[in-house]
Unconditional design. Structure first.
Length: 116
């Protein structure tokens, strides 16, 4: 099978797990990259930013080997559907964070209005 595209082989919410998988894939000769998505990825990847998930990207030609390697590491359930996302929708977390920040902002305005 010749697929020259770069594909997402797996996703995880755990950075350590993503790095372990990437190391195993590289040891097997599969060129792989980790991409940080979600709030943390959008804001530069700092450890203080929550809401991250990590995608492992591989060349389409290496897809079968990558699936085999991840299967041996116990990650097979995450690649069965193609993307295998194991965490909650990161946009949900963004909306929750926005609501919390908005509530604090509204409380501050209310305190300023009601203050003598």
């Amino acid at each position: 099978m010749t697929t020259p595209d770069v594909l997402t082989i797996a996703e995880t919410g755990d950075e350590l797990e993503a790095n372990l998988w990437a190391d195993a894939l590289r040891d097997a000769g599969v060129r792989t990259e980790i991409v940080t998505r979600g709030t943390r990825g959008a804001l530069g990847g700092g450890v203080l930013f929550p809401g991250a998930f990590f995608q492992l990207l591989v060349n389409g030609d290496d897809l079968d080997v990558a699936r085999e390697v991840l299967g041996e590491l116990g990650g097979a359930e995450r690649i069965a559907s193609g993307t295998g996302r194991d965490d909650a929708d990161p946009m949900k977390l963004v909306w929750v964070m926005a609501a919390i920040i908005g509530a604090f902002f509204a409380a501050g305005l209310l305190l300023n209005v009601l203050a003598p």
